[in-house]
Design a binder for this molecule. Structure first.
Ligand code: CP
Length: 327
């Protein structure tokens, strides 16, 4: 049994479970490589259990409050499916206008209300920092499901798990990851760049000038000794890329619609462009897409974005089990 670097007297898993029991998940900055090893080990087990038995009773009697102030298909439904596959149940608040939020209830009071009925709260909110505010108000664990243009830590975890499962855990060190599209407003890439800086990767950023990766994120990644480079076009970096992470230009984040119109179709991945890429690389996307990956590419084995959604179920099952002390 491998032991933990934190306490060599405890088996690795026991120590990690104690580390995460009752904890909030707000930012990828909370995770080290040993945490990822543990989470992905549990997620891998969850995958096996879902494939073998479908649903089981690890979290029987536990309740998740799924509180979404912004639209979601994948994050909301995968957390619901994760809880239900573990035998628990869900209070869904996917349209806050039908809740007391529409009467002016504050986020801290909404969270204090939901924790009276639930054991864990998953929150998506349009303001950066909202998950930390909610976590401060709550006694129960809060999981950040996206806070404005800030972070989307569970997406970065499932993205990294996807890379591990698709390309091999041992292969991450030495990889070249290219992030493409809206890097300014894309919270998924903010979290993923930070999380990948735990590995010896090289990161390329390809975006229009007005949608570059924020300096704050690049400075954090640089502080870990990770080589980074910025480009306006994909052409130069595609042949060396092991993971191409495509993002949507997020219309809803633009104050000036004319600015969105200028950059909305800046990049489109299609079979012709992908001829220049390696045969054993993968293309990822947090989804939804609005044209930046042609449907003509969907049948290519390198198109990992639909498989990526399924990996999200297993990672979210692992996270729920961990914060509820049952992993
Ligand atoms: N990737 C992602 O966060 O998708 P949703 O907005 O559908 O949850």
């Amino acid at each position: 049994m491998p032991t933990s670097s934190l306490n060599p007297h405890l088996p690795f898993g026991e120590n990690k479970l104690a580390d995460w029991y009752g904890k909030d998940i707000i930012s990828v900055k909370q995770f080290g490589r040993d945490d990822l090893e543990y989470i992905f080990g549990v997620a891998h087990e969850m995958r096996g259990m879902v494939e073998r038995v479908g649903t089981f009773d690890l979290l029987k009697g536990k309740i998740l409050a799924n509180l979404f102030y912004e639209p979601s298909t994948r994050t909301s439904s995968s957390f619901t499916a994760a809880m239900e596959r573990l035998g628990g149940s869900v209070i869904p608040i996917n349209e806050v206008k039908y809740s007391s939020v529409s009467k002016g209830e504050s986020l801290p009071d909404t969270v204090r209300t939901l924790e009276c009925y639930a054991d864990v709260i998953v929150l998506r909110h349009p303001e950066t920092g909202s998950a930390a505010i909610a976590a401060k108000a709550a006694r129960k664990p809060v999981i950040n499901a996206g806070d404005g243009i800030g972070e989307h830590p569970t997406q970065a975890l499932l993205d990294t798990f996807t890379i591990f499962e698709e390309l091999g855990a041992g292969q991450v060190d030495g990889m070249t990851v290219t992030m493409l599209g809206d890097l300014k407003y894309g919270r998924t890439v903010h979290s993923l760049a930070r999380l990948l800086s735990l590995f010896k990767v090289k990161i390329n950023y390809v975006s229009p000038d007005i949608l570059k990766m924020p300096k704050e994120v690049m400075d954090e990644v640089a502080a870990k000794g990770i080589p980074q480079a910025e480009f306006g076009s994909l052409e130069k970096v595609l042949p060396e890329t092991d993971v191409l992470y495509v993002t949507r230009v997020q219309k809803e984040r633009f104050e000036d619609p004319a600015e969105y119109e200028k950059v909305k179709g800046a990049y489109v991945i299609d079979p012709a462009i992908m001829k220049a890429a390696k045969k054993d690389m993968i293309v990822m996307h947090p989804l939804p897409r609005v044209g930046e990956i042609s449907v003509d590419f969907d049948e290519d084995p390198r198109a990992a974005y639909f498989r990526q959604m399924e990996y999200g179920l297993y990672v979210r099952m692992a996270l729920l089990a961990m914060v509820l002390g049952k992993a």
